[in-house]
Design a protein around this ligand. Structure first.
Ligand code: SAM
Length: 449
């Protein structure tokens, strides 16, 4: 039985795409290798959002080619995903040991291509064409692992992006927005719940734009809110999350859904990118700082305990110290629980890459460091407020850092580590928070109180 190892770079969408390819290979009789060392097929599912991610994957493939080809000439090496899409055949030209390049609309073909290459039916394959209907092909799952059932699952609801933020490569690597049908998504969610899944995270580049062009509003509700309602109706499902939304998608219908749909957890990751209106305009984000803060205020009115996190880019072209200070003050005002902070990375063919006043690397690093420190202080204050409180968690499995302990998540998306055992997996339980680590809570099951 040939074995395959898939290494994934980047976002949850990429994780989900890798899972799909893995499940199709398993269906063909392949085994999933725990590491690249002995695998017959090694696939790198890549990310292009920042240059560092591309360099990492490229460097990894160079090492694999150098180290493995000499000893195991038959091993199949492939690139998949965003970098495969944006670079195409260039990857094989630069790294002739690569056998396979599969773009973002072709994940469902990867297993056939691997099979053909292993069986000598094809030599090299590059497939980065567009494919109508590819958004509906990401549906099979590899649940659990080590014989344990999975408690949480990701479900891809759409592909592509139409926002064209001036810094972002995604519309070029993932194509235009294409959504699955509500019936198809609900069917997949039902199957997952039947297999023991308790929490589903709906995935897309901008989930709040789901089916905007395909479905009309219903009683003022957007197609995305209609989808949330349909998934909410599934018996046995405990929690619904989604990522990533766009601030412009937080109409009153979605804000109100947080108060109305108990399975929709009190958590939102809303990328703001900058606190300066001048930068937001140059980024083509389509909202102002005031509108963003207004959304946060409305959400907190409906759900006071909601945990709000964000993405921020520092050092976007033209960002002055004053613009940056506005981002710091927005972070303070919004009281984020956490933020992913990125140094602007110029991307091929995006408008921002050729904008004037590119910010020097040293300045980006210094701003990144300052904002990170501020975020850590803010986060620590927020997390400390949990000490002594009872929270409800869904237990996901052993803690990543210490497998002797169990780990779960609060509804507001905070990780809680506690002394438990496998019997707790999948349980929704009450835990009393006793101490706080760096963006982690530690708790005691509150059963005896
Ligand atoms: N679709 C989401 C949105 O923008 O609303 C985010 C998806 S993107 C894969 C994740 C994050 O990467 C973005 O929110 C942004 O902060 C960051 N990012 C995207 N392009 C970037 C670039 N060129 N340089 C640095 N960070 C970038």
């Amino acid at each position: 039985m040939p074995s395959v190892f898939i290494k994934t770079y980047g976002c949850q969408m990429n994780e989900r795409d890798s899972e799909q390819v893995a499940s199709q290979l398993v269906a063909k009789g392949y085994a999933l290798a725990p590491s690249e060392a002995m695998a017959d097929v090694i696939l790198l599912n890549t990310c292009s959002v920042r240059d560092a991610a591309e360099q990492k994957a490229y460097g990894k493939m160079q090492t694999l080619a150098k180290e493995l080809r000499r000893t195991r000439p038959d091993v199949v090496l492939g690139f998949m995903g965003c970098m495969a899409q944006s670079r195409g055949k260039e990857l094989i030209d630069r790294l002739p040991d690569v056998d396979l390049v599969v773009g973002t609309q072709k994940f469902h073909r990867a297993a056939d291509y691997v099979d053909d290459i292993l069986n000598g039916k094809r030599n090299k394959v590059v497939d980065v064409e567009e494919e109508t209907g590819s958004q509906a092909t990401i549906r099979e799952h590899v649940l659990g692992g080590n014989g344990h059932r999975a408690v949480t699952a990701f479900v891809s609801i759409m592909q592509g992006c139409n926002q064209y933020c001036t810094f972002c490569i995604v519309p070029y690597t993932r194509g235009t927005e294409r959504s699955r049908t509500i019936a198809d998504i609900v069917c997949e969610c039902r199957e997952l719940v039947a297999q023991g899944v308790k929490e589903i995270t709906l995935l897309g580049q901008i989930v709040t734009s789901y089916a905007k062009r395909d479905l009309p509003l219903q009683n003022g509700k957007s197609p995305f809110v209609q989808l949330l309602e349909a998934v909410h109706n599934i018996d046995g499902l405990e929690r619904i999350r989604f990522t990533s939304p766009h601030p412009k998608g937080y109409g009153d219908d979605l804000v109100e859904a947080y108060g109305r749909l108990p399975k929709l957890v009190e958590s939102a990751h809303i990328p703001v990118q900058s606190g300066s209106n001048r930068m937001l305009k140059l980024m083509h984000r389509g909202y102002t700082r005031e509108r963003f803060l207004g959304i946060i205020e409305k959400l907190r009115k409906v759900q006071p305990g909601i945990g709000i996190t964000t993405d921020i880019i520092v050092g976007f072209p033209g960002e002055t110290e004053e613009d940056f200070e506005q981002t710091v003050s927005l972070v303070r005002e919004a009281e984020f629980e956490n933020a992913f902070i990125f140094k602007y990375s110029p991307r091929k063919d995006t408008p921002a890459a050729t904008m004037p006043d590119q910010v020097p690397q040293l300045v980006k690093e210094e701003r990144n460091h300052r904002l990170l420190q501020f975020m850590n202080e803010l986060g620590s204050r927020k997390y400390n407020q949990f000490i002594g409180r009872h929270v409800q968690i869904l237990v996901e499995g052993p803690s990543k850092r210490n497998a002797a302990r169990m780990s779960g998540r609060t509804r507001c998306n905070k990780i809680v580590v506690f002394d438990g055992s496998e019997r707790h997996r999948g349980q929704v339980m009450d835990v009393k928070i006793t101490r706080v680590g760096s963006f982690t809570l530690y708790g005691d099951p509150a059963i005896l109180e």
